[in-house]
Write a protein that binds this ligand. Structure first.
Ligand SMILES: [Zn+2]
Length: 128
């Protein structure tokens, strides 16, 4: 796999084919991928081997109740998880802003269309 693809969370999730924990557990593959990890598993013996795409920290011996973010931040060099965390939080704020802005622009456009349509509808009713 192209290393740059691992910058994308969707690509990291795809690597967790033999992850031992279900989606109901805190330490599920989605939370792992979101915290920067991709699977390093080569078989059932190392099914929980994972590596951070950013700092390269390899970790295994995961527990079902582990929080991938917290484990990453406490074991990785230079607190890798922390800036990643902040970046993702920032991006989620930007995403919400963009969604709100698109809704606002759509609302303004709808009002303008309604204003232009009103006289046409009125004229149509008069002709009947
Ligand atoms: Zn890292």
């Amino acid at each position: 796999m192209d290393r740059h693809q691992l910058f994308l969370v969707d690509e990291r999730i795809k690597t967790f084919k033999t992850w031992p924990f279900s989606d109901k557990e805190k330490c599920n593959s989605w939370n792992m991928a979101e915290a920067g990890f991709y699977s390093m598993a080569t078989g059932s013996d190392d099914a929980d081997a994972a590596k951070c795409f950013l700092c390269g920290k390899e970790m295994d011996g995961w527990e079902a109740s582990d929080d991938p973010w917290a484990e990453h931040a406490s074991h990785a060099p230079h607190k890798c998880g922390s800036p990643l965390f902040q970046l993702l939080e920032f991006l989620s704020v930007v995403k919400q802003y963009m969604i709100n802005e698109v809704k606002r622009v759509a609302e303004v456009a709808k009002d303008k269309v309604d204003e232009r349509v009103k006289p046409i509808i009125r004229r149509c009713h008069r002709k009947k």
